[in-house]
Design a protein around this ligand. Structure first.
Ligand code: SF4
Length: 630
């Protein structure tokens, strides 16, 4: 059973109010559905205090979900006590901000409320009022300006302000105006797909679907299209609350997630957080969500549309997804709020991080001098053929086949795999990771989806056979096959730990030149550079295409950098073996290697070179110390 301990649980969601004064048409709070089950009520200060005092590990509490937090009369006391106890509060799910006194607006700033999401679905009073029935756009804007006034007065970045704009057919034309206004108000605009998949109420569906696809995260016009495009359930991330930040009603009933309002898992105010979170029913729910046990009656997820979609798409929570994100501890919030301020705390945290990096490099340099391998086992030089038969998993539409992995003096860890992706399939929604990647397309045609691509050309790029691309570290991306044959590709993915970024090569894609375009030199050998640059992990990443005439080649030599080769045409001899089309050749630094065209036609191949700065190059003082201590 997957049982997260509460010892390291720093974040919970504790509903401040289930009441709301607005009458939004598709909202279960406005229709009275949530009130029937959860009661229409407010979190009492005494209960809030009890939870904060009984759980010293908690350092973040989210207060908003079904109701309007500013209707809670105990909110000023809650804000003050959280500040005294170094607990960060947020209302990231949303507040309509229509009914709030100036004292409370000032208290948000004074007591360093961390983040406030304002639900404003329109950029004019007329449009806003269509969904936020009984709301007053101008009053909300006035309240946001008052918060900004106090932020300036207190010299505080808090609360961070977000503008949540649910995109409907009646307000989509105001997205550009909302962007402009959000920038003027120092807010982040967050466009959101409407929730017609959850409550079976289709209110004002989007009309200009292309516009919405262009503007919104993931490039889709509604949640159904998200599932179609990525084969994933849009709302699945809400289930992660059971692991990361469980939802608790204002009266203490633990609901688990922000979607469930029909059943609970016990009462935190009566039984305590640890007992409720580790209870049998909660543990069973987690197992169900991971697809490890069949649906069990009496578990709230059984009655949930999100769970139904997960079963239909076989899209379960994975162990990797359940990892808790970093949340500042109470001690750090104390230092930030009451001792050093944001700027100096930030500097202190960065300095500690850099110190940790240096210690790690120190050990790496020392380890290398003593001939010890780095943490990953070394990559073996060799020729790696692709599997003869590559088919995608039927339900996922995708299958990866690992080829090799390991470390070298240039990369802490590098993996190489080949994959097959069925027509229309997408391996995952856009994701980001600290590793850099190269993808070489061997067959089919792909749409490369890049939500944060800057510059012209849109957020999608088309990659055809004979093309390849580079993803920088931490750059959101995914792909989808657009050809009617499966796409096949090879990927290299690598990371260098501890080193400061060498540079920042941006995303790009290229076409590999044909043999005639590469040409043929006097010695029967020609190379054409395609790109080169510094990346976060490498002093230099370099790519070129080479063409060898029959019999041409070069004698064995040794490089300081790693070399990866993808054979595109013909046959070569290297490492005392033959390599043919689509074989991958890898020479880690220090491998003696030569090459000769062993066929009767031209041999053409794509080469990547991985050049790293060594720890000694980057931290000469540490390296010198390591030498002395050797
Ligand atoms: S499936 Fe369960 S955890 Fe997920 S959203 Fe529904 S009720 Fe919540």
């Amino acid at each position: 059973m997957t049982t997260p301990s509460t010892k390291n649980l720093r974040s919970i969601r504790l509903e401040a109010a289930t009441a709301c004064q607005l009458k939004c048409p598709a909202c279960p709070t406005a229709s009275g559905k949530t009130g029937e089950r959860l009661g229409v009520g407010f979190l009492k200060f005494a209960d809030f205090k009890r939870v904060v005092d009984a759980n010293p590990q908690l350092s973040h509490i989210e207060l908003s979900n079904w109701g309007e937090i500013f209707l809670n009369k105990d909110l000023p006391a809650i804000l003050k006590y959280a500040y005294q106890k170094n607990v960060g509060l947020t209302a990231a799910n949303g507040a309509n901000l229509n009914t709030v006194s100036e004292e409370v607006l000032e208290a948000l700033v004074k007591y360093r409320f961390r983040a406030l999401t304002c639900s404003v679905d329109g950029a004019s009073p007329q449009t806003y009022a269509i969904y936020r029935v009984k709301g007053d756009f101008n009053r909300v804007m006035g309240n946001i300006r008052t918060i900004n006034k106090y932020k300036a007065q207190y010299h505080s970045p808090y609360p961070e302000l977000n503008w949540q704009f649910v995109v409907f057919g009646h307000n989509e034309h105001e997205i550009p105006l909302a962007k402009k206004m959000a920038a003027e108000l120092n807010m982040k605009l967050k466009l959101k797909l409407s929730w017609d998949d959850l409550y079976s109420e289709t209110f004002s569906p989007v009309k200009d679907r292309e516009l919405v696809r262009r503007e919104i995260e993931f490039g889709v016009a509604d949640r159904a299209e998200f599932s179609e495009k990525y084969g994933k359930v849009y709302m699945k991330r809400c289930c992660l609350d059971l692991w990361k930040a469980p939802q608790i009603n204002h009266d203490g009933r633990i609901l688990g997630c922000t979607v469930n309002y029909w059943d609970d898992y016990g009462n935190v105010f009566k039984d305590g957080l640890a007992l409720c979170l580790n209870g049998e029913r909660m543990r069973t729910a987690r197992e169900m969500l991971m697809g490890r046990v069949e649906a069990q009656s009496g578990i709230p997820c059984n009655a949930c549309t999100v769970y139904k979609h997960m079963r239909e798409l076989n899209d379960w929570i994975t162990p990797e997804e359940t990892g808790r994100p970093y949340v500042k501890s109470r001690n750090l919030l104390f230092v930030e709020n009451k001792l050093l301020g944001d700027k100096w705390t930030g500097r202190l945290v960065n300095a500690i991080g850099r110190m940790r990096d240096r210690v790690r490099v120190f050990h790496e340099v020392r380890g290398n001098r003593q001939g010890r391998p780095k943490r990953s086992s070394p990559i073996t030089a060799g020729i790696y053929p692709l599997p003869e038969l590559m088919t995608a998993d039927q339900s996922a539409g995708w299958q990866g086949y690992p080829l090799f992995s390991g470390g070298s003096t240039n990369v802490s860890k590098l993996t190489c795999h080949t994959s097959v992706l069925d027509p229309g399939a997408c391996p995952h929604p856009p994701h980001r990771h600290p590793e850099e990647e190269l993808l070489v397309l061997l067959d089919g045609e792909l749409d490369v989806i890049l939500p944060e691509l800057k510059g012209t050309g849109g957020k999608n790029r088309r990659l055809k056979v004979g093309g390849f691309l580079y993803y920088p570290a931490d750059f959101p991306h995914t792909i989808r096959t657009v050809s009617d044959v499966p796409a096949k590709y090879v990927m290299f993915k690598w990371i260098n730990t501890a080193l400061k970024p060498a540079g920042r090569l941006e995303y790009d894609d290229w076409t590999i030149p044909e043999a005639a375009a590469v040409g043929s030199g006097e010695d029967g050998m020609a190379a054409r550079k395609i790109f080169a640059g510094s990346t976060e992990c490498l002093k230099k990443l370099h790519g070129h295409a080479t063409c060898l005439a029959p019999g041409a080649g070069y004698d064995p030599h040794v490089d300081k950098h790693d070399v990866a080769i993808i054979m595109l045409e013909g046959e070569v001899e290297t490492l005392n073996q033959r390599a043919a089309r689509h074989n991958i050749i890898y020479y880690p630094a220090g491998t003696a290697h030569g090459m000769r065209n062993a066929g009767t036609g031209p041999a053409r191949y794509l080469v990547f070179e991985f050049h790293a700065r060594s720890g000694a190059e980057q931290y000469p003082v540490v390296a010198a110390l390591a030498r002395i201590m050797r």
